[in-house]
Design a protein around this ligand. Structure first.
Ligand code: ZN
Length: 400
């Protein structure tokens, strides 16, 4: 039976992980208690649809089936990266989410968010993002002929704006407190007829949880640990929910320890974890090469903190020089081009193994959330020799 189905006008029930209160999705995206909501439902079976691709394989556990480019979303490879084992101190597998249609894990949530809006006859969706999520929502909306409002900050690098603009969304630059915009957009959405699918909203979490199902299927069970970058806390919440559902369905015997990694320049969730706090205190984000996870006021920070603690995992942060080194190593020792934010799990794992949290026999999955191809430009420091075509053998021989 489909969980939280929207067919025949049924309303989708959402519930609070913390206090347990329930609401209709159409009414609220966040609980009265202030915490984020996710889609409710009793998970009693895990029965993937072999006739559907990617996210669509798990239609029984989603409120809708994907449409448009959403039907080609998910199904990303789990790569056994032996070349990095010595670096991270365990047996590493990388879930390569850069293989999604717009090159990031965000496509999973966009697939479900856009399908939901499409099913209900909405003509516009929206999001608050200036990176992967903005591209993703714009692409998924475009693929079904739906409008998409993208709220970006007033100052954004032109190259990044161009990547988003190729899908022709309604780009709106917002002046003022960009962190506050997440909440303002959710408030304003219903009156404007725009379904905002922000970083940790219930539909986005529903789509993103499918990465846990894919890891479980590809791995043939539950790995010894799952490591991923954390920003808003939405992805962390989704991986937690996905494994919880597998456990509740009776197919997984446990939820693996979940380890979340931040950049040291902006690490409010890691700070709360280290301090033993139950609530995340916002910070002023510092500069970091992992800009796509630099969220100083994460809307699902408390939920991510709970996920790490209740699964026996941890939240940690790593400095930029370690993130840079991990990005290079992923390319040079595993053949994977990732954006710096996605290298944080590899950098973080080195600390976890040094501290004894994982050992060299542990089978650990790192989620590489997005491709590095979007980032590459004219700034690379490249060392290349020059040779003459007419004298290739001699010159190449001496150049190598
Ligand atoms: Zn609540």
């Amino acid at each position: 039976m489909r969980v939280g189905a929207v067919r025949a006008g049924m309303s989708v029930e959402v519930t609070c992980y913390d206090c347990g209160d329930s609401y209709a999705l159409a009414d609220r995206k966040r609980c009265e208690c202030g915490e984020p909501l996710w889609i409710a439902g009793d998970v009693t079976a895990f029965d993937p649809d072999d006739g559907a691709y990617g996210v669509g394989r798990y239609g029984d556990l989603l409120p809708v089936d994907p449409v448009g480019v959403g039907t080609g979303t998910g199904g990303t490879p789990l790569v056994r990266t032996e070349g990095l084992d010595d670096v991270v101190g365990c047996r590493l597998h990388v879930k390569d989410e850069g293989e999604n249609p717009t090159g990031s894990f965000k496509d999973r949530g966009s697939a479900v968010g856009v399908a939901y809006a499409h099913e209900r006859g909405a003509n516009r969706v929206g999001t608050v993002s200036h990176g992967n999520m903005a591209m993703s929502m714009s692409a998924h909306a475009a693929s079904v002929g739906m409008g998409c409002v993208v709220l970006v900050p007033a100052r954004i690098p032109p190259g990044r704006l161009g990547l988003i603009a190729q899908y022709d969304p309604d780009l709106v630059q917002a002046e003022g407190d960009y962190g506050r915009l997440y909440y303002e957009a959710l408030e304003a959405g219903p009156a404007l007829g725009v379904e905002f699918v922000n970083s940790d909203t219930p539909l986005r979490v529903a789509g993103q949880k499918t990465v846990a199902f894919e890891i479980f299927e590809a791995f043939g069970g539950v790995p010894d640990g799952v490591v991923l970058p954390v920003s808003s806390g939405g992805h962390a919440s989704a991986v937690w929910k996905g494994f919880r559902e597998l456990e509740r369905a009776g197919v997984a015997d446990r939820v693996p320890p979940l380890y979340f990694v931040q950049a040291a320049a902006c690490d409010p969730i890691a700070q709360a974890y280290r301090n033993g706090d139950d609530e995340v205190t916002p910070v002023e984000p510092g500069e970091t090469i992992a800009f796509s996870i630099a969220n100083g006021s994460p809307p699902s920070g408390n939920r991510a903190l709970a996920a790490a603690r209740r699964t026996g995992g941890a939240v940690l942060s790593v400095p930029d020089d370690e993130i840079r080194e991990a990005t290079d190593r992923m390319a040079r020792q595993a053949g994977l081009c990732v954006e710096p934010a996605c290298a944080t799990p590899v950098a973080g794992l080195r600390h976890l193994s040094a501290d004894g949290a994982v050992d060299d026999e542990a089978e650990v999955v790192a989620i590489a959330t997005g491709t590095g191809f979007k980032e590459l430009g004219g700034e690379a420091d490249v060392d290349a020799a020059t040779v003459a075509v007419s004298d290739l053998e001699r010159e190449l021989g001496s150049a190598l």
